[in-house]
Write a protein that binds this ligand. Structure first.
Ligand code: ZN
Ligand code: ZN
Ligand code: ZN
Ligand code: ZN
Ligand code: ZN
Ligand code: ZN
Ligand code: ZN
Length: 1750
């Protein structure tokens, strides 16, 4: 970068040698002016040690810093060797406070039962050692900053200290000055040195000049060396900074990224070092190139000595932080030094200076001194309070600075408020002494200066600057919340005064909100611009908890409550003083009552939804009602100028507005209003909005004549004229087109009346406990449907402590149903609670209401009950609200009810609605319930004044002059058009009857009562019985229908088998593979060799899914294909480090036994004509081309790579497998040579061929011609062979063989297609072998039988894949295939005279792959054999024998060591003896390489286990190749598997006989294998030693408790950016590697693209497929290739059976092993790509995510 620096390291080294910190300290001790002496030292050394401009190694700098700068300080402080002195300072006993400062992403724990508030948290260590571990706790990840509250008695209701932080002796709790425990000399020296150092640091960090130093620090010689310092801001993006830097200081992209990262992390970074001019140049370029778009980046050219001193200032602060950890005494001294007032008096202490300069400092400096504050002032009980006072005094200044500061709040000193204000005693002290509450509120109000003419906030014309400020100022509300979070246990007179002062300030704030954002109904045309509404609601939402907390505080002290009420009342009077002015007074009359009011129409005048002052008053009023003041001292509540009429006016307008919006009257006002109405009712706001408006109506109604109240309501609803005379209504109906609108308004109004009388679950309104309210909310949610815990939580309002009270009541009303492998746990309402269901529950939306109604009616029908949904019995009202019930029997309401009932008599009048009627019936029922309840509680002693039942018998007065309400009801009972309401009307009439009898009974004639009840009772019983019978009938009918349906379904499935292959897997597999009785018995069932059975003549008919035609599968017929998906796989890998090296030169012929990368093929099992598929695929291609022209981006499949979705099931596919006919029956006419003869002959043939091939390619380099066996035509291509054997397929089939071969080649090697490449057939064989191995593993691990348990799609896939593989050699040049065979053979047998390059060591070859390849390539050799003396079948058998023996030896060599020795008693079996013998021979060959194992039993057991997977895969292979049905034993998992398997493969069940019977032939072969130099190497640990059986790969083990993972991730640092925390730590589930995902720092280039750490990792770990756990998000991530991915539910659930994506809820999470197994199975079945495909098809937004950058 800069010019080569003068070699500072050597200069430094010289200093190193001569420097003695002890001597320096002694000099200081002796000197007269310590400060001068220390400064002189610093002036000399700091610029030499630190910031030497690029060149110096960090480590060296660190050493020099320690030795020359910090060590002298420590020597001085302790007066001797620090290593000896420091530990002595530690004072006995454990630390009382933990104070662990949280890193970003570290887990924190809060106890929901014991924490004083949610900001009280524990670190993981403390949590695990605390009592709260067994409580209900919440887990979150820290955003950084903040510390563990362990040991803080104020933070916890119980268990404040964990086991590690319990103070040693409780007595020391008493305030004893810790300083007195220090040696006096140390005490004195610490005062002086701390003062000097802290002063020095503060001076430098707040220093504003670029070229000067504070006095005493100027160096003797000034060098011309400068830094160009770049500062961060929140305006410019990473990209802009990187681009600018590359240009300005001409660095590489990598350096620029590193600069940008550091600037972002530390807040500043020097980007150039050199002379002044050199740095100024860079500065000019940076400023110029960033000033165009916005404010330029901040750059300073600073003298290097200044930078060095600033750097040391930070180091010195950290050092102070560490030193004080040794002793509470030192800590306290530092605190004293920090808070000691400076020379300038007020605000001049060092801590004050730091705080007040906070917004001017860069991020790194702030972090360091904040940390020091936390370690010092906040950890000392006494000084925490003193500091809090400083903080509160500076509060307004700090906040104002913060408003202008463009850094996050996290790095602002204002964020410390959480540490101070949440301590209740501190908060109250600050309230009393510093008037904190008022300060906060005033500061807040002052920041929002934009007001309208009435002084209300006005947000609609905010500039960006003001909006930014509005965002910032909200943190003040957070501070207020901390202060108020716990109400005082007792009040002092001072506290009362200050609280009420604060309350008054708060009222001023609310008055600025009262009436803001008013709306006027738009008529004629739509509004032009949606008015701004969000800011006002943001404010409301943020203040919601504050308002509630204010009320809570008030509720704890009667005096405060009354005073607050008065203040609130007077505030409201002021707000409403002008309300009735200018309005026209009118007089309304109805049902014989008259009331005076004024004319006001919501639909024509201004109305606002923001009424916080009214609502606060309503809240306080309800609180008063709970106390006895209200009844004891009613004169204490002077309502002043506010009559009840005025109290209800504004809330009523707001509710009417909602009703009119529902009725569609405000459509032209746009979405802004709809949103406001939505939030008004939303759970986040309703507590302090809708609920309080309702409460205010209840307050007003309880103080008014009910008739007057109703008439005003009618008038505000603009419905008065509708009910004032019924005929008016008729006239109106004819004239008015908006009848529907008016009907809705009537419904809304009736609903409102129901709520005003019926909602009694607020303590103070009704006689209930707070938890009753929560229980009722839950109950009504569960009446809609069973719900998950999180759904319920979302439906309930949270208090300031983020608690809903849900857990405390849920078990009493609901039962929990656990989730399965998918879905989540649900709560279900206990049946006995459904009688508390209230259809008009005030928090139901219309949609909720109708869902709940339907669900409840259904439930009642199922129980054989009637479907009436009468109101539940309400709790009694509190005395001040008792008169509310009179609304129910008021004349006005009766008139309303009469009118509606009368209208309902006309079936199609159109003037009424079902809901209207339903509401009226509900009101009538409520009244009857009330009367009944009053009768019951009076016990007949008093006269019950509630006489609704008699009132409804009176005929209606004007306007409804018809019959009485009762008479109307009776007439409606049998009306056919009211069938749905019949049950309800019946219920009402029965109720009227009941009440009548009760009244008669209480009025004396008790004899007749019991008499009179009986007939009714029997009627009811009869009713019940009838209902039960009907229900039973209905159930039977349902069952019958179900049975019919399932029958039809079965039929349908049989007809459409193709479609249901998957679901039918079990059934089908069993049916198809169970051996038909006609088949020969098991003993003769063999799948390989001349004696094999099966295959041959079976005809195979298949149907094309595209054209629906049937087709027989024939070699010469029309080609049929199977949709398939080929992918590379590392699922079986035993060695993930071995990647594919150079794909162009890789030789895939020998698969290593570590199976590091394989090629897997899967299929959905859907069959098409090749031609139909071609046409389909071309259409897909065209569509894709068209799409790409129109819009860019990806689809879920990559057409360019041949991907498509199966046309039937949309399964991701990228090729097709051709269907080929079954193998022919074995040729029984030819003789079958024995192993020896065959081997001799074959080696001869191979040798001859090899020589011929060589001759052809190298010309006539004549050598001894090897003997050609007779009948073997080298280079002889007989005509008939060409036609039948070489070309047994039609061109169509041949083409498809080519297609699949090419796909396997292309995907397997990741190369471009090349038909000439000799490796083409090898890849086809390879995918066949690998797929079989992976399926065998799955069957084995899931303990399923080898045959008959595979789903059809896999069965079809394997079958067609194997048959294809056995034919694919025909598509390749025959010479190539022959060459492959010769090379394969040479691993086992020496091919004489061949000049092949060295055959690989047989330990480096997977024997199953060898078997498959050699069997499949053998045909190329055989086709030249004209002798007719051998058959392919015997060759297969011999190859199997040879390979099996080789594998036996392989197993014996690799897998016998290290087994625990355990000898078996008893006779040695034949197998054991022979194994011992063979092992002995191997030891002869290899000597000491092999351990001495004498136990034959052990050896045999080892061999048997090791060979088994090989035999099983071989059986699968020959089964599919030869279409041989398996023996019955292999269709199950019973005993006898081994024997059945050997017999099926034509092998002796004593496998050792293979060796024993051909010893003379095999001995030399074994000798040759063992002598390969590779063997010794592998056995000595020189290569990868694979043991058999290969253990199946599993996903990594995950901890049971999720927080362990979070903790792991929080200590994980990005591997690339030196110790930085990673933002998105992500765990690879395959190998357990932790990665730094989704971040610039860890991007790498893979095949030309920049990819994130996850994608890069998949290429080394999973061959392109990856499974990850994003730890911070608690989310599983699947990735395939660079463009595809999806999220998948994590295997962690909380106690309620739910996942927690994003860790938002913070419930403890535990591993659900079933779900993890499901993910593992997906991976092992190679289903990840398919899951991604389906997810992306289902959710198109997934396609747009940049997966490659994760
Ligand atoms: Zn802790
Ligand atoms: Zn602790
Ligand atoms: Zn607890
Ligand atoms: Zn077709
Ligand atoms: Zn399909
Ligand atoms: Zn991995
Ligand atoms: Zn990184």
């Amino acid at each position: 970068m800069a010019e080569p620096s003068r070699d500072p390291p050597s200069a430094l080294s010289a200093d190193f040698m001569s420097f003695s910190p002890g001597d320096t300290a002694s000099r200081w001790l002796a000197c007269a002016d310590l400060q001068q002496e220390v400064y002189r030292h610093l002036a000399e050394y700091v610029p030499r040690v630190l910031c030497q401009g690029g060149g110096v190694a960090e480590q060296r700098e660190e050493l020099a810093l320690q030795l020359m700068l910090l060590a002298p300080l420590e020597w001085f402080l302790l007066g001797g060797e620090p290593a000896a002195g420091l530990p002595l300072l530690r004072q006995g006993g454990g630390e009382a406070l933990c104070g662990h400062v949280f890193k970003v992403g570290e887990p924190t724990y809060s106890c929901r039962e014991c924490a004083a508030d949610p900001t009280c948290v524990l670190c993981m260590q403390c949590f695990l050692a605390s009592v709260h571990r067994h409580h209900r706790y919440r887990m979150t990840t820290s955003g950084g900053g903040g510390f563990c509250d362990c040991g803080d008695a104020e933070a916890w209701k119980t268990g404040p200290s964990c086991q590690n932080h319990t103070p040693a002796d409780r007595n020391r709790e008493t305030e004893e000055d810790p300083v007195s425990l220090l040696p006096p000399a140390v005490e004195e020296r610490s005062y002086s040195i701390f003062s000097i150092i802290l002063q020095y640091a503060v001076d430098l960090l707040t220093w504003e000049q670029e070229d000067q130093l504070p006095a005493g620090l100027e160096p003797q010689q000034r060098s011309d060396s400068y830094y160009c310092m770049l500062f961060n801001d929140e305006v410019h993006t990473y990209e802009q900074v990187i681009y600018t830097l590359q240009k300005a200081v001409s660095c590489s992209q990598k350096e620029a990224v590193s600069f940008a990262t550091t600037v972002d992390r530390d807040g500043r970074k020097s980007v150039r070092f050199g002379d002044h001019q050199f740095c100024e140049q860079a500065k000019a370029v940076i400023v110029r190139s960033t000033s165009r778009q916005s404010k330029p980046l901040r750059v300073q050219v600073m003298h290097s000595a200044l930078v060095a001193h600033q750097c040391f200032a930070l180091k010195a602060l950290s050092w102070l932080g560490q030193i004080i950890q040794y002793s509470d005494g030192l800590r306290r001294i530092l605190c004293q030094v920090g808070l000691r007032p400076g020379p300038e008096g007020e605000n001049s202490s060092l801590v004050d200076r730091l705080m007040l300069n906070d917004s001017k400092m860069w991020k790194g400096a702030r972090n360091v001194y904040h940390q020091l504050l936390m370690n010092s002032l906040l950890m000392d009980r006494k000084f925490k309070k003193l500091f809090a006072i400083r903080f509160a005094k500076n509060y307004r200044r700090l906040q104002t600075d913060f408003m202008e500061d463009d850094h996050d709040r996290l790095v602002s000193v204002t964020a410390l408020s959480v540490q101070l204000f949440t301590v209740p005693t501190v908060a109250r002290m600050l309230m009393v002494e510093e008037n904190l509450m008022m300060t906060i509120i005033r500061t807040f109000v002052d920041q929002l200066r934009h007001r309208d003419a009435q002084g209300r906030f006005q947000f609609d014309r905010y500039t960006a600057q003001q909006a930014f400020k509005f965002g910032r100022v909200q943190s003040l509300i957070g501070d207020l919340k901390y202060v108020l979070i716990s109400p005082p246990p007792q009040w002092s007179q001072q506290l009362r005064t200050k609280f009420l002062d604060g309350f008054e300030a708060f009222l001023d704030l609310l008055r600025c909100m009262q009436g803001m954002d008013p709306v006027v109904r738009q008529v004629g045309q739509h509004i032009e611009m949606e008015p701004e509404w969000e800011a006002a609601f943001t404010l409301q939402m943020k203040l919601t908890h504050i308002i509630t907390m204010m009320q809570e505080w008030c509720s704890t002290d009667e005096h405060v409550l009354i005073e607050a009420y008065k203040k609130c009342l007077s505030a409201l009077s002021q707000c409403q003083s002008g309300l009735p002015d200018g309005e026209q007074p009118i007089s309304l009359s109805l049902a014989g009552h008259t009331v005076d009011t004024f004319r006001y129409q919501v639909s024509q005048e201004k109305v606002s939804i923001h009424l916080p002052v009214c609502r606060l008053l309503a809240g306080l009023h309800v609180l008063l009602s709970r106390t006895e003041v209200a009844s004891r001292l009613p004169e204490q509540l002077p309502l002043g100028d506010l009559s009840p009429h005025l109290l209800i006016e504004l809330p009523l307008r707001c509710l009417v507005l909602c009703a009119q919006v529902h009725a569609g009257m405000w459509r032209r006002n746009g979405f802004s209003l709809i949103n406001q109405i939505y939030y008004y009712h939303n759970v986040k706001c309703r507590v302090e909005m809708f609920d309080k408006d309702l409460a205010m109506l209840q307050v007003g109604a309880s103080m008014m004549d009910p008739n007057h109240f109703l008439m005003i309501v009618l008038s505000r609803f603009e419905l008065f004229h509708t009910f004032s005379a019924t005929d008016l209504r008729r006239r109106f109906r004819e004239a008015n087109k908006d009848l529907a609108q008016q009907n809705t308004l009537i419904e809304e109004m009736l609903h409102l009346i129901i709520m005003v009388v019926g909602e009694r679950y607020v303590p103070g309104v009704g006689q209930v406990e707070p938890l009753d309210e929560v229980r009722r909310e839950i109950l009504h949610q569960l009446c809609i449907r069973p719900m998950a815990h999180s759904e319920l939580v979302k439906a309930l309002p949270e208090n300031g402590n983020k608690e809903t009270g849900l857990e405390r009541v849920i078990d009493s009303v609901a039962s929990f149903r656990k989730p399965g492998v998918t879905g989540r746990g649900l709560y279900e309402l206990r049946p006995e609670w459904s009688k508390h269901f209230d259809l008009y529950f005030h928090h139901y939306s219309r949609a909720d209401q109708s869902k709940a109604e339907e669900a409840q009616r259904k439930l009642r029908r199922q129980n054989g009950e009637d479907t009436a949904l009468p109101p539940p019995r309400p709790p009694p009202l509190c005395p001040p609200f008792a008169s509310l019930v009179n609304l129910l029997q008021s004349d006005a309401l009766l008139a309303l009810e009469g009118a509606v009932l009368q209208w309902a008599g006309e079936p199609n009048g159109g003037g009424w609605t079902e809901s209207m009627l339903q509401r009226v019936l509900h009101l009538v029922a409520m009244a009857l319930l009330e009367e009944q309840q009053q009768l019951e509680s009076s016990g007949g002693d008093e006269v019950v004044s509630f006489t609704f039942s008699s009132k409804i018998t009176r005929p209606g007065e004007a306007p409804s002059t018809s019959g009485s309400v009762l008479a109307l009801l009776e007439s409606l009972q049998s009306a056919p058009h009211l069938e749905v309401h019949k049950d309800m009307i019946t219920w009402i009439l029965k109720m009227v009857g009941n009440i009548k009898t009760t009244r008669e009974r209480t009025s004396g004639s008790s004899v007749s009562v019991s008499h009179g009840r009986r007939p009714e009772e029997t009627v009811r019983d009869k009713d019940k019985a009838e209902r039960k019978r009907k229900a039973e009938m209905a159930r039977l009918r349902r069952e019958k229908v179900m049975a019919q349906m399932s029958e039809m379904q079965k039929h349908f499935i049989n007809e459409n088998k193709e479609l249901f292959q998957q679901s039918m897997e079990e059934l089908e597999a069993a049916a198809e593979h169970s051996p038909p009785s006609s088949e020969p018995t098991c003993a003769t069932q063999i799948c390989v060799g001349p004696r094999r059975v099966g295959g041959a003549e079976r005809h195979q008919l298949v149907t094309c899914i595209l054209c629906q035609e049937e087709q027989e599968v024939r070699g010469h017929g029309r080609a049929m294909v199977l949709a398939a998906f080929i992918q590379r796989s590392t699922v079986l890998s035993k060695n993930r480090r071995r990647g594919i090296l150079d794909p162009e030169r890789l030789d895939p012929l020998f698969m290593h036994p570590d199976l590091s990368v394989g090629v897997h093929t899967a299929s959905c099992g859907h069959i098409m004509h090749a031609t139909c598929w071609r046409r389909y695929f071309e259409a897909v291609q065209q569509k894709e081309q068209r799409r790409q022209q129109r819009l860019r981006g990806h689809t879920s499949y990559d057409v360019e790579n041949g991907e498509f979705l199966c046309p039937l099931c949309e399964c991701l596919s990228n090729t097709v497998i051709p269907l080929l006919p079954h193998a022919c029956s074995p040729d029984r006419s030819v003789e079958h040579p024995c192993l020896e003869t065959w081997l001799k002959r074959t080696t001869q043939q191979a040798a001859a061929l090899d020589s011929t091939h060589r001759k052809q390619s190298h010309g006539a380099a004549q050598q001894a011609e090897p003997a050609v066996p007779d009948g073997f035509g080298v280079g002889f291509v007989p005509r008939d062979v060409t036609s039948t054997l070489r070309n047994p397929f039609s061109s169509g089939v041949g083409e498809m063989i080519n297609t699949f071969s090419m796909s396997a080649y292309k995907v397997g090697l990741k190369v471009n297609p090349n038909e000439q490449d000799p490796r083409v057939p090898v890849l086809s064989w390879s995918t066949c072998a690998y797929t079989m191995q992976s399926i065998e593993r799955l069957l084995m691990d899931e303990k399923k039988p080898l045959f008959g348990s595979l789903p059809c799609r896999q069965d079809d896939c394997l079958s067609s894949l194997t048959r294809f593989s056995s034919a694919c050699w025909t598509a390749a040049p025959i010479r190539t295939v022959q060459n492959h065979f010769i090379r394969l053979l040479s691993v086992l047998v020496l091919v004489p005279d061949s000049q092949l390059e060295d055959a690989p060591c047989f330990l480096d070859v997977d024997m199953f792959h060898l078997l498959v390849y050699s069997v499949l390539s053998y045909s190329s050799l055989h086709s030249l054999d004209q002798s007719g003396r051998s058959s392919v079948d015997s060759a297969h058998l011999h190859l199997l024998h040879l390979v099996t023996v080789a594998h036996l030896v392989q197993v014996l060599l690799t897998s016998t060591a290290g087994e625990p020795s355990m000898d078996q008693d008893g006779e040695e079996s034949e197998e054991e003896r022979l194994t011992c013998q063979l092992y002995g021979r191997l030891r002869d060959h290899l000597g000491r390489c092999l351990p001495d194992v004498s136990s034959g039993w052990r050896l045999w057991r080892c061999v048997r286990a090791g060979v088994l997977p090989f035999l099983r895969t071989a059986a699968l292979f020959f089964h599919y190749m030869n279409s041989a049905s398996p023996p019955a034993d292999l269709l199950g998992t019973g005993p006898g598997q081994w024997e059945a398997l050997c017999s099926y493969l034509g092998l002796p069940s004593n496998l050792l006989l293979l060796y024993q019977n051909h010893r003379t032939l095999l001995e030399p072969l074994i000798h040759r294998w063992c002598c390969h130099p590779g063997v010794g190497q592998v056995l000595h640990g020189g290569g990868v030693l694979v043991r058999f059986p290969r253990e199946s790969n599993r996903l990594i083990d995950l901890p049971e408790d999720y927080s362990i993972l979070i903790n792991q991730a929080s200590s994980f640092t990005c591997p690339r950016s030196g110790g930085d925390k990673s933002r998105a730590p992500t765990l690879c589930l395959v190998c357990g590697c932790m990665l730094c995902s989704q971040s610039y720092c860890c991007q790498t280039e893979v095949e030309g693209d920049d990819v994130g750490a996850c994608t890069a990792h998949t290429f080394t770990c999973g061959a392109g497929i990856g499974l990850f756990l994003r730890v911070r998000e608690s989310q599983v991530l699947f990735v395939a290739g660079k463009t595809k991915g999806c999220f998948y539910p994590p295997p962690y659930l909380d106690d309620y059976g739910e996942t927690d994506p994003g860790l938002k809820r913070g419930n403890p999470l535990h591993l659900c092993s079933e779900r993890y197994q499901k993910i593992e199975r997906l991976w092992r079945q190679h289903g990840i790509a398919e899951v991604i495909g389906h997810a992306q098809e289902a959710n198109q937004t997934l396609v747009a995510i940049d997966w490659q950058h994760l």
